[in-house]
Design a binder for this molecule. Structure first.
Ligand code: SAH
Length: 428
């Protein structure tokens, strides 16, 4: 199975390599020594991660050569019509700004967020899909995620692995993480792995450094999602070979942040997120949709803050009220609100890579498909070994808990094909 199409290096400009995918060009960071023009490579998240043997690359490209153009065609067709006549007044004016590629203001985003009527929403989703298609073509990236520990020193009110919750805890060993990653690469063809955990200080700087160095040997993009650590630790892990980091700011509203995340501050988290970017990490950030007491203005501020942090990837998902947490009785957010958030983020930030998160799939089985048609272009597949998956209970009823990795991949490939998306790198 193949999760990324190999590309040919056609140009090298200092530390940027220009890659060719069947005539489409993408710029990526040249992060490996000894790469030359005409080499075949894999790239992930805008970073060149591995050189591939020419014979192997040509064999994979051969299986893709017709499909690649068929997929493009499907994607273009799906991104065609938008029935703008169904919008009226202010919303129509915002739509015109989007079509003219003008920058949207906070008021514009509030107008879009106020749309309720299904017909109007469907126009917004279609327009967002067109913007995605115009900027990214049919590129879509799929990363694997391994949740390696559910120990957490944090006590976030929304989270099912908060320290105060009495649950069975687990921690994968380095050997287990390596074996899971190797299997993901060898059997399923993954080229990027997100390592996620609670804030588990057992995995200290030295252990993490050792782990990252071992994983780096495997020629993949290493994506960290391990919470707040000293900047010095993140610098060390970058030097060891980690290249991407996922850290949501959760909410842009400092009062709500303080209520829900004891002993931490929004400032501290934002400072770290900004530092991650300065260190050079490919950054993924975003927020939870639907925290109690948030107003429409907070949602729009969340999108604007995400934009301001200039991440390579936007990650936001709905709050899922979870058993034995202080937010168990919080209202469940609608799929429409999540799709609307994705679509608004897409039209506000045409260049963004927007993830479909598993929390959305928990709300509805169809949601993944709908999100990909409302502006999203990236996905994650859960690779956590099955015995641990139910224990990584950050929220209730997580989608895919019972599904094998192979079945999940199969389903994802089918979905991407149905929607005409190709797994080439999205580039810088
Ligand atoms: N310890 C890491 C990883 C946290 S888990 C960190 O601090 O960044 C990843 C994400 O899960 C969190 O950032 C949060 O946005 C999300 N999450 C936690 N509880 C949730 C819930 N009940 N519903 C939906 N998402 C939740």
């Amino acid at each position: 199975m193949c999760y990324a199409i190999p590309a040919k290096v056609v140009e090298i400009k200092k530390n940027i390599a220009v890659l060719d995918y069947f005539g489409e060009r993408r710029n990526v960071v040249l992060d490996l020594p000894d790469i030359h023009i005409d080499d075949y490579v894999f790239a992930q998240g805008g970073i060149l991660v591995r050189k591939v043997d020419e014979k192997e690359a040509l064999a994979v490209l051969d299986t893709w050569k017709d499909l690649f153009f068929e997929l493009k065609e499907i994607d273009q067709q799906l991104a065609q019509s938008s029935h703008a006549e169904k919008l009226s007044g202010n919303a129509l004016a915002v739509l015109q700004k989007i079509n003219l590629k003008q920058t949207l203001t906070k008021e514009d985003l509030l107008i879009l967020n106020a749309l309720q009527n299904p017909q109007e929403l469907s126009v917004l989703y279609d327009v967002a899909n067109q913007v995605r298609q115009r900027v990214h073509g049919n590129a879509s990236c799929v990363h694997g995620i391994i949740e390696f520990s559910n120990y957490c020193r944090g006590d976030c009110f929304y989270c099912g692995i908060r320290r105060e919750r009495s649950i069975e805890r687990y921690r994968m060993t380095e050997a287990e993480i390596l074996a899971t990653t190797k299997q993901a690469i060898d059997e399923y063809g993954f080229k990027a792995i997100v390592l996620q955990s609670g804030e588990d200080l057992y995995y200290d700087e030295d252990k993490l450094e050792h782990l990252v160095k071992a994983l780096r040997q495997l020629g993949i993009l290493i994506f960290l999602s391990i919470g707040v650590r000293p900047v010095a630790t993140y610098k060390k892990l970058y030097a060891a070979g980690a290249r991407a980091a996922l850290m949501r700011f959760e909410t842009s509203n400092p009062v709500i942040f303080n209520e829900l995340r004891p002993n931490t501050t929004l400032d501290e988290r934002l400072t770290l997120i900004r530092e991650l970017k300065k260190i050079g990490y490919v950054l993924a950030t975003g927020f939870l949709i639907g925290l109690p007491h948030e107003q429409p203005e907070d949602l729009v501020n969340n999108i604007l803050l995400t934009q301001e942090l200039a991440p390579e990837m936007y990650s936001f998902g709905p709050l899922i009220p979870t058993q034995d947490t202080p937010l168990v009785h919080a209202p469940t957010i609608s799929v429409e609100q999540v799709l609307k958030t994705i679509a608004i983020a897409r039209v506000a930030s045409p260049d963004a890579n927007i993830l479909v998160t598993t929390a959305l799939e928990t709300l509805s089985l169809e949601a993944k498909r709908q999100a990909l048609l409302a502006g999203a272009n990236s996905m994650m597949i859960n690779l956590t070994p099955r015995q641990y998956r139910p224990l990584y209970s950050i929220y209730d009823h997580r989608a895919c808990n019972d599904q094998t990795v192979a079945a999940n991949i199969q389903e994802t490939i089918q979905l991407l094909r149905d929607l005409g998306r190709a797994p080439m790198d999205v580039g810088l």
